[in-house]
Design a binder for this molecule. Structure first.
Ligand SMILES: Nc1ncnc2c1ncn2[C@@H]1O[C@H](COP(=O)(O)OP(=O)(O)OP(=O)(O)O)[C@@H](O)[C@H]1O
Ligand SMILES: [Mg+2]
Length: 459
């Protein structure tokens, strides 16, 4: 295991040396004789913990502490104080010091505090690393799709993300609503504050209100203790209300009040609580239908719908299918720790023609399933589920060309017509009147089409 690094800052050589002796078995200590030297070291190297003397000539401990905190260097600082400077140590705590120890030290106590600070520094670093990883995961680059429809979505998302505007995200199941909600949060000034997701369909109707707004003790039979709601916990951040179409009208009314006045009361409580929360809502239901049958309040609808983002179904943007497949092939290989695999062109054709009722989620699951269940580095049509191999497998080659983006629609239609006419002519043994009958048209129109498409009469 790597030893954690500790910076000892004290102007007295004796103190530096004894601290080094005490710490060197478990940690990797470095010593600095002044505040200036400490700051120099801190800008070029990383330390988990800084042991910082308060009284030093030149820059004193408090000034060094302030600089460290300003520059958010990620180290935890423990102040070293003589008994007479304990008061100063307390004000150091207010400036963000982790703790303080009084000289002369009790070795066990010192080691205990250092270890706690080391753990805390590791935690802070971990949280920072996770946060930037999460941010990357929801960066726009990880939302795949070049179709004009998805690009339009991303354009409006990047415009509203930095504002506090309420956003309503609609789209069929699996189209990426939650992914977009997260991208909005992580591209807003609230990115370092909580993003809380509430799935309104997953919480029993009678509990949803107290989940959102909290309750006072005794508000209902099971409310033994007072409990804050998600609106309070999300203060300063974002609340994502997923499947908002499932919320009952009474709760909808309370949501409307928070959106309009930034305040609410807990269930069974009279006190008004103010919060600063951005709301993003999503639904795969038709809220217009809900308004017509009275299950969704129209005032809330218009309040939520300030900006709405509609995610088109995958079958309406087939050009995104192949890029998504490649994205998932790469990511799943990494996540599952297996070598990358690829689909044969024939398998890709089948995937592109399928209707994807479960949208991107279904595609993602299918890619993962195929990778796990297939042998070898290439996956053929036989590695696809049966329903994909049949049913859709008979699409016309011209259709495949269009879907792959190799041919324009008009050309494909011409090709298709040519082929039909040739087949009809063959079947009618080149009798044009009969061929026209087979095609359900007149001989004149058939002749016109043959000329236009460059089909020469045999013989
Ligand atoms: N454009 C995209 N690029 C990359 N991954 C995507 C994209 N769209 C969706 N996904 C992935 O597909 C899966 C389903 O997306 P998500 O959960 O956001 O859908 P949803 O619309 O919220 O579905 P539901 O309505 O069922 O809750 C997720 O794993 C998500 O990361
Ligand atoms: Mg969802």
């Amino acid at each position: 295991m790597v030893k954690r690094r500790i910076l000892i800052v004290d102007d007295e050589p004796g103190v530096r040396e004894s601290l080094r002796m005490v710490l060197k078995e478990r940690y990797e200590p470095t010593a600095a004789a002044s505040g200036e030297e400490a700051l120099r070291l801190l800008t070029s190297e990383t330390f988990d913990v800084v042991l910082l003397d308060i009284l030093m000539p030149g820059l004193d401990g408090l000034e060094v502490l302030e600089r460290i905190k300003e520059q958010t260097l990620g180290s935890q600082v423990i102040m070293l104080t003589a008994t007479k400077t304990v008061k100063t140590a307390v004000s150091a705590m207010k400036l963000g010091a982790f703790d303080y120890v009084t000289k002369p030290f009790d070795v066990d106590e010192l080691l205990l505090i250092v270890e706690r600070a080391v753990q805390s520094a590791a935690l802070v670093r971990e949280v920072e690393a996770l946060r930037s990883e999460v941010g990357l995961r929801y960066s726009f680059d990880s939302i795949i799709g070049n179709s004009p429809k998805l690009q339009d979505v991303l354009k409006s998302v990047s415009m509203v993300a930095p504002l506090k505007t309420t956003v309503l995200i609609t789209g069929e199941s699996g189209t990426g609503k939650e992914l977009i909600a997260k991208a909005i949060h992580y591209h807003s000034p609230r990115a370092n504050k909580p993003l809380i997701t509430i799935n309104c369909a997953a919480i029993p109707e009678n509990l949803l209100e107290s989940e959102l707004f909290g309750h006072e003790r005794g508000a209902f039979t099971d409310a033994y203790v007072k409990k804050p709601g998600q609106f309070e916990l999300a203060d300063g951040g974002t609340l994502f209300l997923d499947e908002i179409g499932e919320m009952n009208p009474a709760t909808q009314a309370k949501i409307l009040r928070v959106l309009e006045q930034s305040e609410f009361t807990r269930v069974g409580g009279g006190q008004t609580i103010r919060v600063d929360v951005r709301v993003i809502a999503a639904t795969n239901r038709d809220l217009h239908q809900g308004m017509r049958d009275g299950s969704f309040r129209s005032d809330l609808y218009y309040r939520l719908n300030v900006v709405s983002v509609h995610l088109p179904a995958l079958r309406e943007r087939r050009e995104d299918i192949v890029p998504l497949i490649h994205h998932f092939l790469r990511n799943k290989a990494r996540d599952l720790g297996i070598p990358e695999k690829a689909f044969t062109n024939e398998a890709l054709d089948l995937l592109m023609q399928y209707s994807w009722p479960g949208n991107v989620r279904e595609l993602e699951n299918l890619v993962e399933r195929s990778m796990v269940l297939s042998h070898g580095a290439t996956m053929t049509r036989d590695d696809l589920p049966q329903y994909l191999q049949t049913g859709n497998g008979h699409a016309h080659p011209a259709q495949q060309c269009v879907l792959r983006g190799e041919t324009r629609l008009a050309e494909a239609v011409d090709l298709f017509e040519q082929e039909l006419i040739r087949n009809a002519l063959t079947q009618a043994q080149n009798n044009q009147t009969r061929a026209a009958e087979l095609l359900g048209t007149t001989r004149r129109i058939l002749k016109y089409k043959m000329d236009k498409l460059g089909i020469v009469e045999p013989g």
